[in-house]
Design a protein around this ligand. Structure first.
Ligand code: 5GP
Ligand code: ZN
Length: 119
């Protein structure tokens, strides 16, 4: 392991396996698992394994993994069978954005007609 982790972070604990999760997909740098409180028939959380607190903390050194998150999303959409119907990828940042876990993550939502704009 050669990425930064935070021992107090919920999603770092999930990556380590200290907190169980239902894995959907994994690469060397990215982990995807089912949301514990799904907001759609398919609700998958995709995270970089490295601890990055939020979108505010992205920079030229650490942001490359975000493209891997989106490649993972496209792959998951295919293997889970919702690529053709479509899906939504959401990142919540900070209080007003509705972020509740301080490890950057992307919600992959699918399986129903999602409304716009969000609340
Ligand atoms: P946020 O509100 O920060 O954008 O999203 C955090 C998400 O993590 C929420 O959708 C919430 O349901 C999910 N979540 C929180 N704790 C856990 C957990 O222990 N396991 C899983 N699988 N999901 C979690
Ligand atoms: Zn973390």
């Amino acid at each position: 392991m050669c990425y930064k982790t935070d021992e107090n972070c919920l999603f770092c604990k999930i990556v380590k396996g200290d907190i169980p999760s239902t894995k959907v997909y994994e690469t060397e740098k990215v982990y995807a698992f089912r949301d514990i409180e799904p907001q759609a028939p398919q609700h998958i959380i995709i995270i970089p394994k490295e601890h990055i607190a939020s979108a505010n903390d992205l920079n030229g050194e650490n942001a490359e993994v975000i493209s891997e998150v989106f490649v993972a999303a496209a792959h998951i959409a295919k293997i889970e069978g919702f690529a053709d119907n479509g899906y939504r990828i959401v990142n919540n940042c900070g209080n007003d954005g509705g972020q509740t876990v301080g490890h950057i993550h992307f919600h992959l939502l699918a399986g129903r007609n999602l409304q716009w704009p969000p609340g």
